[in-house]
Design a binder for this molecule. Sequence first.
Ligand SMILES: *Cc1c(COP(=O)(O)O)cnc(C)c1O
Length: 359
Amino acid sequence: MTPAAYVHLDLEAVRHNLAQVKRYAPNNKIMAVIKANAYGHGIVRIAQALEQADGFAVARVDEGVKLRNAGFSQPITVLQGFVCLDELRLLLHHDLQAVIHSPLQIGLLEQQDGGSTLGVWLKLDTGMNRLGFKEADFNAAYRQLLNCPAVRQPVNLITHFANADDLLDDKTRRQIDVFNAATQGYPGQRSIANSAGIIGWPNVVSDWVRPGLMLYGCSPFAGKTGADFGLKPVMSLHSRLISVKNLHAGEYVGYSGTWQCPTDTRMGVVSIGYGDGYHRHMQCGAPVLVNGKRVPLIGRVSMDMITVDLNSQPDAKPGDPVTLWGPDLPIEELARYADTIPYTLLCGITQRVQIVEQA
Ligand SMILES: *Cc1c(COP(=O)(O)O)cnc(C)c1O
């Protein structure tokens, strides 16, 4: 019996996408970004599939600890670093590297005496205006880290793009120039580009790239799919029809009756909903594959079910297979129907969805 709602994960596609990153950035080491449970794919499983990567990046300390406890010995960078002494000690204990973005962190490091040293990435805020030191404070922060016994030398250097998915926006070029100018002559390793930077800004010079989304086979650029960049989608989301019936023209479907049948309608109910991570804001008309063919979503997405128009498939019956996204139905297209980006759909898969792996 196939599960009611399940995610199929193609781990071969993960390895393919990693090889594709290498093709885009042949002179870089790869820090595979597996934060947020590897964008909803399962952090340990994806770390295993990515064992050829040169290192990993996660957002938070507990994600790094989880990887160490699972036995991974690669370099692991915690992109948010730490905000208290307890977290700093966990980083030291598990040999996790930290992004240093605030004076508070430097203060905590300066209080740390002896023992092991922390690998660090000093973050320059080149225009994202989220984490990091501004240019005016960067050099002073660098000097402090240089003189701090708890810091492993050399101090590595990092920044993050705000808008690299817009190839016409020259802010990215400016961010690169600011970073290069501020870090010139420093001996540490450099890391700049996320997926959009890797694909869209090939002339960025650095030592480490930080791909996330592209490892999962998705396009960081609106209006494109992973396939346009030689990537293979890793996740597909599946379910099945559980009911089929005929409605008359004029009848309403689902909560609030947001959809009214314009003609007599053969209507199918699929066992998937926002309780599984199928976005509630998915608009009517969003494509759903029933028996491999597209039919439109109708009515509102509920917690456990969605409804589709089966007029084009008079023979469809309960039990027939349904695909919500996957290689034959790009998640990038679905994201547009939900007024969001592929990241949120991937991260949104919930606990009750069963996982089926394919090595
Ligand atoms: C999430 C993240 C990445 C990866 O971004 P993608 O767009 O998924 O490639 C890289 N660097 C930092 C600092 C991040 O937070």
